[in-house]
Design a protein around this ligand. Sequence first.
Ligand code: ADP
Length: 490
Amino acid sequence: MPRVTADVKDIGLYINGEYGPAENEDIFEVTNPATQEIIARVSEATEEDVDRACRVARDAFENGPWGKMSVAERSAKLRKMADIILERKEEIARYDAMDVGKPYEATVGHEVARAANNIRFFADFAEKQGGETYPMGEEFINYTRYEPVGVAALITPWNVPFMLTTWKLGPCLAGGNTVVIKPAENTPLSVSLLGDIAKEAGVPDGVVNVVQGRGDIVGNALTTHPEVDLVSFTGSTATGKRILKSGADTLKKVSFELGGKAANIIFEDADLEKAVPESIKAAFMNSGQVCLAGSRILVQRSIFNQFLEKFKKAAQDLKVGDPQENGTDMGPLVSETHYNKVTSYLEIAEEEGATLICGGKRPELPQYLSDGYYLEPTIYVHENSKARICQEEIFGPVVTVIPFDTEEEALHIANDTDYGLNGVVWTENLQRAHRISHHVRAGTIWVNCWFVRDLRAPFGGFKKSGIGREGGHHSMEFFTEAKNICIALN
Ligand code: ADP
C-alpha cells in the first residue's frame, strides 16, 4: 500500500480566478514515482467542469478586458508573471521533482528559468511585432492585423510539465487569447500554480483556467468543446491522432508536437570529448523521457569501439537516485505503467538479438527508494536499424548504438523512421555538417551540440512528429488570426 506523505497537497481546479472542487467532488491521488508515497489529492474535472471552464474562458475573451487591453499593458502583466515564476522557482522545481521524479537541481537551475523566459520572451515579442502593408498604387491599400483566435486549450505532457506549458501559454496570452490548460494527470502539481501566478500578476479572472484529470475524459471534453477554437498539444503521436479526430467536428486549429526517435550521428572526425558527454545528456536526461532524446546513436565503424567504451563509462558514472537530492543525474521513470512499457523493451531487445552493453536492471538504491520505478542507464548495440528498439519511441533511459560505414548509410538509417522531430550530427567537417543537416528529414538539426534553443527559432516535427511549428513568429501566427484589411483610397 502506498504511504501518504505528511504534507499531502490538495489541488483544486482553477476556474474563473478561484481554486475549487470538481462539481461531483471527485478526486484522484498522485504518487511520487521515486517512493510511491501519495503526495497529492487532486480534484478530477467532469465534463461539466470542463464546460464551465470553457464558457468562463469564452466570456473572458468576448466580454472581459484582456483582448481590449493595449499590447503594452498585457505584456507588462506577462512580464510580472515571469518575475513571479522566478521568485517561486524553488517551489515549482520541488513540485516537478515530486510528481515527475525529475532531478530538482537541474529543474531549478534551468527549466524554471526557461519557463519564466517563455513568458517574458513572448511579452516582448508581441510588443515588438509589426504587421504588413501591401500598397496597390493610388487606388487601394492593404494591411494586416493579427487578432486573437479566441479560447485555447493547452494540453501538456508529464515529462516537462511546467516549462512546456509556459512555452504555449506565453504566446497564447501575448496574442490576447484566453485559455484552459490541462496538464497530464500524473503530474498536475507545478502547472496548478499557474492560476495563482496569473492572478498575482494581475491577469483578469477567467483568462487562465486549469482543469485536471484524465486525457480520455477531461482532454477529450476540451478537444470536442464548441467554445474551444484551438488546441496546442504536446504528447504522444497516438494521442495526437486522437485529438485530430476529436477536434474535427468543431474544426479546431491545431499545433502538435509529438514523438521522436532522433538519430545522433557520430562521424569518425567528431570531437569525442564533446560528443560523448552531450550524447549522454541526449540519451539520459530526465531518464530519457524527452521527445528530443538522441535515442539512436549512429557511430561510424572506425571509431565504434572507442566511442562505445567512453560512452559506457560515462553512462555508468551517472548518479541515479533521489530526484530531490543535489547531485542526482537521473531519477525514476514517471509511473508504473510507463515503467512497464519501458522495461518491456528489455525483453524485446533480447528477443531481437540486441547486445546489452550495460544497464537493463534496477540500480542499487537506499531502502526508501526501493519501491521507485528505477532503471539503470541502459545501452544496447544493434546492427539492424529495422529492429523495434531502433524504430519505436521507448521514452526511457534505453539507447541503441548502431554502426555505419558511409555518410550515405548514416543518412539512410537516420531517415528510416516514422518520426522527424530532430537530429544531431557530430563532425568537424563543415561541408559534411551542412550536407547531413540538409538531408536529415527533421524539424531541428543540432550540429556539435544538443538541445540548444533560441525561442525565435521554429520548433516542431516532420512526419509523425507533429503538425505546425511553434517559436517566435511561428507561435504568434498560430495563436492569432491574420486579418487583411483592404481600403479604397478614392
Ligand atoms: P502518454 O501516453 O505518454 O501518457 P499522452 O500523449 O497520452 O502521453 O499524454 C499527453 C497529454 O495528453 C496528457 O495531458 C494527457 O492527459 C492528454 N491526453 C491523453 N489522451 C487524450 C485524449 N484522448 N484527448 C485529449 N487529451 C488527451
